[in-house]
Ligand binder design. Structure first.
Ligand code: NAD
Length: 512
């Protein structure tokens, strides 16, 4: 049975395919009574129905993972790495198929969907180096004839909870590294776009991931809470909004688990008056409106410093050149937002900005697209004159909306950014090395771009959002996640030489 199959659930008369659960290496139909439609945001076509797994199904997935851990943890590192080598090959083979599915259920443009998959693929490539990434260390002769070393061991069943906005990249941030480290995994993808993660799971099985090593369950709060509280789960990785992340972090920690939560954002781009105007404004507009503003690293606040405040008409003019259309139409720059509810929420935030007195320079509401009249489209929207107390400044809108704040100096721009509770990403656009260096040094945000609009680090580093955008100290990929997914065991060893003279009983604590 494949991950999404054209079969009917007895719970519903709809003819849409049902999304399966992956338990113990088998794609199985849920017996739940609770289903949700997976909807194409450009057309409202129901693509599939996703089950909210029952308690018994959640338990079966977790216990299957616990059983599989007994053998997977002892599978040689090279064998684990070779599964990842095969997985990266299969993702490349199916790139177009994955991108088409991702665009259909998420809405982003086809090139951006390929980017989503590619950024995840890079993590799989990095997981192929698990041998060197998970090495221990040794210190010889810490005392007479005594060596101390540490080894990294897998921790057990790990869980991942992912958001709707990167249905390929973020699952791939999680399960490949967890599995490569020798753990087993239970993934709960976003119920809004679960089909792409299921295709990735099919590829993982084809690549040789044994039964029970990767499991997928679906659902909402109940499924998440079950993962955060089940005694067999040792670590929880979460990516999503702040209010859910805070809940997941507390619940998982209260139940004795390792937890890492990457959360919401309000990313500021600082435009200095000496910036290369054309390049910087292109980058700003792309980073704000790309993926319809539904990236955690999207720029949502443009801080124009001094004379750069005169560039507002140029920003508006560039934003107007973007094409709003369905993600699978060639030439589209801005696709639909994920749901009718998301569209309504974004529109209400725009209305709020107007009522609070910000100047609406460009209004993207009431946008219709010929041939896709039912789509959840919002065109680029720009406010100027935004103040720190405005809701459009304070709240993560997660749509194609730019808030422009004017300041006089770089110091003011830094102070403004540092006073914002989020710390996911930021950028400065300038031709001054001194200004860039000062910014890099003084800014209290975890990921900094210098003339780079969306500074998401490649997998040899880690994703390092900070402050209100993150809970837990370790990032979701890179060397940091090897620490997260492994337990360090330190061994202090002495081997007796039969020929040596006995030193007698020693009751002190020092090693000699
Ligand atoms: P979300 O928080 O609504 O959902 C994330 C996951 O939590 C989903 O799997 C969902 O089913 C589950 N969930 C939803 N409500 C829940 C509840 N009440 N209790 C328990 N679980 C619940 O996030 P989203 O709307 O899917 O994604 C957008 C958000 O994710 C934005 O805030 C964005 O900034 C953030 N995000 C952050 C990063 C990052 O790396 N910092 C990356 C991508 C997205």
């Amino acid at each position: 049975m494949s991950a999404v199959l054209k079969s009917q659930s007895p719970a519903n008369s709809s003819t849409a395919p049902t999304v399966k659960l992956l338990i113990n290496g088998k794609f199985v139909e849920s017996s739940t009574q609770v289903w949700k439609d997976v909807v194409n945001p450009a057309t409202q076509e129901i693509l599939a129905r996703v089950p909210f797994a029952t308690k018994e199904e959640l338990d079966a997935a977790i216990m299957g993972a616990a059983e599989a851990f007994k053998t997977w943890k002892n599978t040689p590192i090279g064998a684990r790495a070779r599964v990842m080598l095969k997985l990266q090959e299969l993702i490349r083979r199916d790139m177009k198929k994955l991108a088409a599915c991702l665009t259909a259920e998420q809405g982003k443009t086809l090139p951006d969907a390929e980017g989503d998959i590619f950024r995840g693929l890079e993590v799989v490539e990095h997981a192929c180096s698990i041998g060197t990434l998970s090495l221990g260390e040794i210190a010889e002769n810490v005392a007479g004839g005594i060596d101390t070393y540490f080894i990294r061991q897998p921790i057990g069943v790990c869980a991942g909870i992912t958001p709707f906005n990167f249905p390929a990249m973020i699952p791939l941030w999680m399960f490949p590294m967890a599995i490569a480290c020798g753990n087993t995994f239970v993934l709960k993808p976003s119920e809004q776009d679960p089909m792409t993660p299921m295709l990735l799971a099919e590829l993982a099985l084809e690549a040789g991931v044994p039964p029970g090593v990767l499991n997928i369950v679906h659902g909402g709060k109940e499924a998440v809470d079950a993962l955060c509280t089940h005694p067999e789960i040792k670590a929880v990785s979460f990516v999503g909004s702040c209010h859910v992340g805070e809940h997941v972090y507390k619940l998982s920690s209260d139940h004795g688990k390792r937890a890492q939560c990457m959360m919401g954002a309000k990313n500021h781009a600082i435009i200095m008056p000496d910036a290369n105007k054309d390049q910087s404004l292109n980058a700003l507009v792309g980073a704000t409106f790309g993926a319809a503003g539904q990236r955690c690293m999207a720029t949502s606040v443009a801080v124009l410093v001094g004379e750069a405040n005169q560039w507002i008409p140029d920003i508006v003019a560039k934003a107007k050149t973007l094409t709003v259309n369905a993600g699978n139409v060639s030439g589209t720059d801005v696709g639909p937002v994920i749901s009718i509810q998301a569209k309504q929420r974004i529109e209400s935030m725009i209305a709020k900005g107007v009522s609070e007195g910000a100047k609406l320079e460009l209004d993207g509401r009431n946008t219709t697209v010929a041939g896709f009249e039912k789509g959840n489209f919002i065109a680029p929207t720009i406010f100027s004159g935004v103040k720190p107390h405005h809701e459009v400044y304070k709240t993560e809108i997660f749509g194609p909306v730019m808030a422009i704040v004017a300041v006089d100096t770089l110091d003011e721009a830094i102070a403004l950014t540092n006073a914002n509770p989020y710390g996911n990403g930021t950028g400065i656009f300038t031709q001054s090395g001194a200004a860039a260096r000062k910014f890099q040094n003084e800014i209290d945000v975890g990921q900094v771009g210098i003339n780079v609009p969306v500074p998401v680090p490649v997998p040899y580093f880690s994703f390092t959002g900070s402050r209100g955008s993150k809970l837990g100290d370790l990032g979701p990929y890179g060397k940091q996640v090897v620490q997260f997914y492994t337990q360090v065991k330190t061994v202090t060893a002495r081997w007796f030489d039969d020929a040596a003279v006995s030193t007698g009983v020693n009751t002190t604590i020092s090693l000699k």
